[in-house]
Write a protein that binds this ligand. Structure first.
Ligand SMILES: NC(=O)c1ccc[n+]([C@@H]2O[C@H](COP(=O)([O-])OP(=O)(O)OC[C@H]3O[C@@H](n4cnc5c(N)ncnc54)[C@H](O)[C@@H]3O)[C@@H](O)[C@H]2O)c1
Length: 360
């Protein structure tokens, strides 16, 4: 049976899709993917596995990059001109996996061509561009989603649940390290724009708020003008601090976040295969009324909750399709993408000004 197409207005589908999509296998969102460098093939693979999605066309400026994919996905159309995908009226949704500098131009053109859009992180290269995309998507009533992949990670969701349940009390501070040796990016972006979108999106998601003050320092040790090491400091309303260390210049790969709360502490190590999260029943207490004026320390159990096994990128791709079919606002919509770009831009600005704090 030929696949039914998704109509241009997602709203039109709401009435039809107030149903279990699983019972309508013929309903299908036709997807075009732009950009097949390092990350793009992962999106092609995942969208191929999502029910109700069909990857019908793929574009990359480089014919060389398309060649191995043509053999792998024989039913898909391949082109070096992404505009062919935008002109194709049978394509419902566009996924943008190109360098950051091109996100705005391609996303804008895709929205204006009547497509729903998923842009890989970060949404855009500037706040101004992100604001324009958000209002364009709103005006055209199209889904605009950003690929903050870690927000679809079961471990990140588990910690969000723990915070929601007040398991660790007031979050005093979050410390994050995301370092390894390489990969310096070819399109001139620094390490803040490459790695920090992950930590910033995770922290904003956990805390449910944006920082009021951002400062950063960094250096370009390898390639002049492109910072490869940066330290970002954020201050949130409600007396919470966050500190990020992002680097392409480190002897070992580390993906580790520590949350210190008034009741407990959490360590999230993404490189751990089994015990990704550890909750430590530890803390310190000071009672000024105590005659000895001593600080008491509590060192209790450390437990590791079970984490569901699921590929975050698959969850991200499925969520995009579900939002199109049910007219649902994505968990990581354009507004969320804009908030992260605001922090990135502030951190970059502060770094360029020798660490002077930027108020948001
Ligand atoms: N969510 C994640 O975990 C994650 C991981 C890695 C990369 N990314 C993001 O994915 C995006 C791409 O990163 P990458 O590492 O794959 O970059 P890359 O440089 O390896 O690949 C980009 C590809 O886009 C192609 N391209 C550039 N301009 C184009 C255009 N106008 N039309 C068609 N193709 C074009 C290039 O030829 C190249 O093949 C970036 O936004 C990056 O931040 C996300």
């Amino acid at each position: 049976m030929p696949a039914k197409r998704v109509k241009s207005s997602a709203k039109a589908w709401r009435s039809k899709f107030d149903v279990d999509l699983g019972e309508e296998p013929s309903v299908c969102v036709r997807v075009g993917i732009i950009g097949c460098g390092y990350w793009g093939p992962n999106l092609i693979r995942n969208f191929h596995e999502v029910a109700h999605a069909k990857v019908v066309a793929v574009a990359d400026l480089s014919a060389h990059r398309l060649k191995p994919l043509k053999r792998k996905f024989p039913g898909t159309k391949f082109t070096v001109d992404y505009r062919e995908l935008l002109k194709d009226p049978t394509i419902d949704a566009i996924v943008i996996v190109t360098p950051i500098s091109s996100h705005y131009t391609i996303a804008k053109a895709a929205l204006e061509s009547g497509k729903h859009v998923l842009v890989e992180k970060p949404l855009t290269a500037t706040v101004n561009e992100a604001e324009r995309l958000v209002s364009l998507a709103k005006r055209l009533k199209k889904i605009l989603m950003v690929g903050h992949t870690f927000e679809y990670h079961p471990a990140v969701s588990k910690i969000a649940d723990l915070l929601q349940a007040n398991e660790i009390g007031h979050v005093h501070y979050i410390d994050s390290t995301r370092v390894n040796l390489g990969l310096h990016q070819s399109d001139g972006i620094n390490v803040i724009w490459d790695l920090a979108p992950h930590d910033i999106s995770i922290i904003l998601h956990w805390l449910g708020k944006a920082p009021q003050k951002v400062s950063a320092s960094g250096r370009s040790f390898i390639k002049s003008g492109i910072e490869d090491v940066a330290f970002i400091h954020m201050e949130f309303p409600g007396n919470t601090l966050a500190h990020l260390h992002v680097s392409w210049l480190a002897p070992a790969k580390i993906r580790r976040m520590t949350l210190v709360g008034s009741k407990k502490m959490i360590i999230y190590d993404d490189l751990e295969s089994v015990e990704k999260i550890k909750i430590a029943d530890q803390g310190a207490h000071f009672n000024p009324a105590d005659q000895d004026l001593r600080i008491s320390y509590r060192i209790g159990d450390i437990v590791s909750p079970r984490i569901q096994v699921a590929e975050p990128l698959f969850q991200e791709c499925s969520h995009f399709i579900e939002c199109i079919l049910t007219a649902k606002t994505p968990k990581t919509d354009g507004v969320v993408g804009l908030q992260v770009v605001r922090v990135l831009e502030a951190a970059d600005k502060s770094m360029k000004k020798g660490g002077r704090p930027v108020l948001l």
